[in-house]
Design a protein. Structure first.
Ligand code: GRF
Length: 213
């Protein structure tokens, strides 16, 4: 049974998708805790209502990034995590924090990395005029929004798309690929070699939304 700790800052819809898949598919894993840097993170309500231990480590309570990350790591490590899942966790993490969880920390980013790291990815995609966009699950490294790619989902960019319509199309796919990627980790499918990620059983690591074929 693997312990998963999920970090959120807001809505928590990816956390919810992972929780629901874990339950529905009976993974050999449990969500040991959901931790947020904000006490008003909407997703905490879902976690509490489903009996998942929640806690907060408020970044505003710490004078420096190093102190916050040390407190966060201490809280995470109380739950002996096999995997740390960043799910809309809106904090830049220090290299020593990332190093501490090397190979056992995943993030989802709403773009086809390495395109459009950072914020406002859907706006960046619309402004660049790309015809496909998507989301990426990756291992976290000290390099923001970079790191070995575990899975990607591709969606079309349609005429008339707005940031809202595009983000909704991408989010639907996020809710499919993130649980899938976490399950692969739990089932020890993921092989990380020379910065590239393969699956032991050669499972397809991409998802292509209709309209892209
Ligand atoms: C998602 O779009 C995710 O890719 C990004 O932040 C958003 C979080 O949404 N990192 P939610 O909190 O999971 O609903």
């Amino acid at each position: 049974m693997k312990n998963i700790v999920i970090l959120i800052s807001g809505r928590g819809s990816n956390m919810e998708a992972i929780f629901r898949s874990l339950q529905a598919e009976s993974w050999p894993a449990r969500i040991a805790a959901v931790i947020s840097n904000r006490s008003d993170a909407q997703g905490l309500g879902f976690a509490r209502a489903h009996g998942v231990p929640v806690s907060t480590v408020l970044n505003t309570a710490y004078a420096s990034r190093d102190e916050f990350d040390a407190a966060l790591a201490a809280e995470i490590d109380r739950h002996a995590p096999d995997l740390v899942v960043l799910a809309g966790f809106m904090r830049i993490l220090t290299p020593s924090f990332v190093q501490h969880y090397a190979g056992r920390i995943l993030n989802i980013h709403p773009s086809l990395l390495p395109s459009f790291p950072g914020l406002h990815t859907h706006r960046q995609a619309l402004e660049a005029g790309v015809k496909v966009h998507g989301a990426t699950v990756h291992f976290v490294t000290a390099d923001l929004d970079h790191g070995p790619i575990v899975a990607q989902a591709v969606v079309p960019v349609l005429p008339g798309d707005t940031e809202k319509s595009l983000s909704e199309r991408v989010l639907t796919q996020e809710h499919l690929i993130y649980p899938r990627a976490v399950r692969w980790f739990v089932e020890e499918q993921l092989l990380l070699e020379n910065g590239l990620v393969h699956t032991r059983d050669n499972i397809e690591q991409h998802l292509i939304h209709e309209g892209c074929q």
